[in-house]
Design a protein around this ligand. Structure first.
Ligand code: AMP
Length: 484
């Protein structure tokens, strides 16, 4: 370990501009055009700004497009979703109305994100229908969606099994089975469910398995139902985005009060503060809110509806800090996360890698700030076995770099009405443009859930947008909206 007092004194990171970063891999990254992908798909990748492949895409896509089974070691943030999504889309026949690809994910949040990414990648192709199949939503709604014909199902193993056993879902036409975050699924006890689902898929199919780590169970899964899989690993240095790790020595009594100092010093627009317990989350949340930060907590005590609301607010940049436990934040894919703060060091070095992998995604640079007391030094040592020695910085150098309070750039409006009312993001944008004269730049992420819609609007325009929604019409109908 280095001497905490020999550290550089100037902050190299300060995030004041939400648009300062891009999600492009490095300029030297190999392009997608060399791959045997349909022209419409290639054009769409270009329009999404995917100019080059990330290392995991470059390593796995050529094999997957040739039809091989692949086991790929990939972290969240490495571009793994596009790696399997492009493979399954290239094998899909849009005119055949049957489930041709199934993606199993450990959590509902991950399933939602994967489905979204697949929809984004598929938008240039004819009407490809992607549905999610996870707990927390009535079975009959999902079977109704299935009846309308779905090409791709993304779901959690338990719920997919449920539909299979009721005969709502059949996998006879399946070409591609994907296991995403397979290690997490094993951690959560899904081994038997995965095997049962795999047994119901046709023998002639492609299986793609993505996992951040290789616990024993992965080899067992592969043995049971993969056909001579090719294993792809990208060395951690290349796979991992550019993350600057800083360690700060704290004591039991200064740990929580150091978090506001970090936030005022580095001013990350969005950050996750990881705590090891729910109780610590609540203590930190109280401190941050009392000091005027817009912070929300994500932990196991929240109901699904509350979770959705917290995640929507954080993802659309109307909350600066998400205070979270590891379990609660599983599968969360939030883009443009400037910093991860490890308020508690985790005893598990693999969890540490997962946590810090949330900043600096797909070629962007990120910042991981770690608070450690003398009691944590054993955990720090274990982290160091996995990576370079930690670099220590003195807490005394954490000074505010601006007198302005740290404010998130957006505010969230909630419209009472969602997918069930057939509201689409374009309808909301249309209403905001027509009634309040807002442009696309002034409106952020629009998240339509089953029963409500969250829309992010620039802070200073939120009141005007709220008025417009409450007094105007969305899709020709009056709606109720509120600021959250
Ligand atoms: P994932 O690891 O699948 O969670 O992807 C992390 C993020 O990187 C997602 O927001 C993707 O949209 C983005 N991404 C994936 N592939 C590329 C690429 N080739 N170029 C730029 N961004 C990408």
């Amino acid at each position: 370990m280095n001497d905490p007092h020999a550290a550089p004194s100037k902050p190299t990171h300060a995030f004041t501009n939400a648009t300062a970063k891009t999600s492009q891999p490095s300029a030297a990254a190999p392009g997608f055009s060399a791959l045997p992908l349909p022209p419409a798909l290639l054009e769409n990748l270009h329009s999404l700004g995917y100019t080059g492949m990330t290392p995991i895409q470059a390593a796995s896509l050529p094999l997957a497009l040739q039809g091989h089974d692949v086991i790929a070691q990939a972290q969240t943030g490495s571009g793994k979703t596009a790696a399997f999504a492009l493979a399954l889309l290239s094998h899909l026949n849009p005119r055949r109305f049957a489930v041709q690809a199934l993606v199993l994910c450990p959590t509902r949040e991950l399933a939602d994100q994967v489905a979204q990414e697949i929809r984004r990648l598929a938008r240039a192709q004819d009407n490809i229908k992607v549905i999610t199949m996870c707990g927390g939503v009535p079975l009959r709604l999902q079977s109704a969606s299935l009846e309308h014909g779905a090409h791709i199902v993304v779901g959690t193993p338990g719920r997919v099994m449920d539909h299979l056993s009721r005969g709502n879902l059949t996998l006879e036409a399946l070409n591609t089975l994907v296991l995403d975050e397979a290690d997490r699924m094993l951690d959560m006890g899904f081994f038997d469910d995965i095997v049962t689902v795999a047994k119901q898929c046709p023998a002639q199919r492609q299986t793609l398995l993505f996992s951040a780590t290789y616990p024993e169970g992965i080899a067992k899964l592969a043995q049971q139902f993969m056909r001579t899989p090719h294993t792809v690993t990208v060395d951690a240095q290349k796979a991992g985005p550019d993350i600057e790790q800083r360690f700060y020595e704290v004591t039991r009594s200064t740990r929580l009060s150091t978090v506001p100092l970090l936030l005022r010093h580095f001013r990350p627009v969005s950050s996750i503060a990881f705590c090891n317990t729910k109780q610590r989350c609540n203590e930190l949340l109280d401190i941050l809110q009392a000091e005027g930060f817009v912070a929300l907590a994500l932990h196991g005590d929240l109901e699904q509806r509350e979770r959705d609301q917290v995640i929507a607010q954080f993802a659309n940049r109307s909350c600066s800090v998400l205070v979270a436990t590891d379990v609660a934040s599983r599968g969360l894919d939030i883009k443009e996360l400037e910093a991860v703060i490890n308020v508690d060091i985790t005893p598990d070095p693999e969890v540490h890698v997962h946590r810090i992998g949330r900043t600096g995604r797909a070629g962007e640079s990120g910042l991981a700030l770690n608070l450690a007391s003398m009691d944590d030094m054993g955990h720090v040592g274990r982290i160091e076995l996995n990576q370079a020695a930690s670099v220590w910085y003195p807490v005394s150098e954490l000074t505010p770099i601006s007198p302005e309070p740290l404010r998130p750039p957006m505010k969230t409006l909630q419209i009472l009405g969602g997918r069930k009312e057939k509201i689409r993001p374009g309808d909301v944008m249309g209403a905001l443009a027509a009634e309040a004269g807002l442009t696309r730049d002034q409106v952020g992420k629009i998240t339509v859930t089953d029963f409500c819609t969250f829309v992010a609007v620039q802070r200073d325009l939120a009141a005007q947008a709220l008025d417009a929604l409450n007094n105007g019409k969305v899709k020709g109908r009056s709606v109720r909206a509120r600021l959250i």
